[in-house]
Ligand binder design. Structure first.
Ligand code: IDP
Ligand code: MG
Length: 136
């Protein structure tokens, strides 16, 4: 039995700025993801702080929130079977220098902070993050 799962994906400012959005969306489609919803937005710093709340005790929290709110991003709901784990696999490790060959972060990431994409890490967080951006 198979069932479709949803996850929240973000194309981060470094990738949007380098015009990589279409290439990255192709990576998702090529790997069996349906882009169920998408929008291009720019977050305010306080919104990025809310989104990354789980990291508020980390030393990089302030820089991370400044960065995510530094330019336009594309937020997407991706769908496929096992979407959360499959997207984490396709993204690759947080640090692009440690990401496997063929992953999005290996191909396009610049550094651990400018790593081009975000993806939800669990079913609970996928729901929270989808609601954060797409709740009407
Ligand atoms: P993830 O994006 O692979 O889930 P997390 O540990 O959830 O990684 O961290 C969230 C984001 O915070 C990362 O994507 C990255 O942009 C940034 N980040 C994580 N660790 C560091 C670090 O050590 N220095 C700077 N930025 C970091
Ligand atoms: Mg994370």
């Amino acid at each position: 039995m198979s069932s479709t799962e949803q996850t929240l994906s973000i194309i981060k400012p470094d990738a949007v700025e380098r015009n990589l959005s279409e290439k990255i969306k192709e990576e998702f489609k090529k790997n069996g993801f349906n882009i169920f919803k998408e929008k291009k937005i720019k977050l305010e710093k306080n919104e990025a702080e809310k989104f990354y709340q789980v990291h508020q005790s980390k030393p990089f929290y302030n820089d991370l929130c400044s960065y995510l709110s530094s330019g336009p991003i594309i937020v997407m709901i991706l769908e496929r079977e096992n979407a959360i784990l499959e997207n984490r696999e396709l993204m690759g490790a947080t640090d692009p220098t440690k990401a496997k060959e063929g992953t999005i972060r290996k191909k396009y990431g610049i550094s651990i902070d400018k790593n081009s994409v975000h993806g939800s890490d669990s079913p609970d967080n996928a729901k929270i993050e989808i609601d954060f951006f797409f709740k009407d």
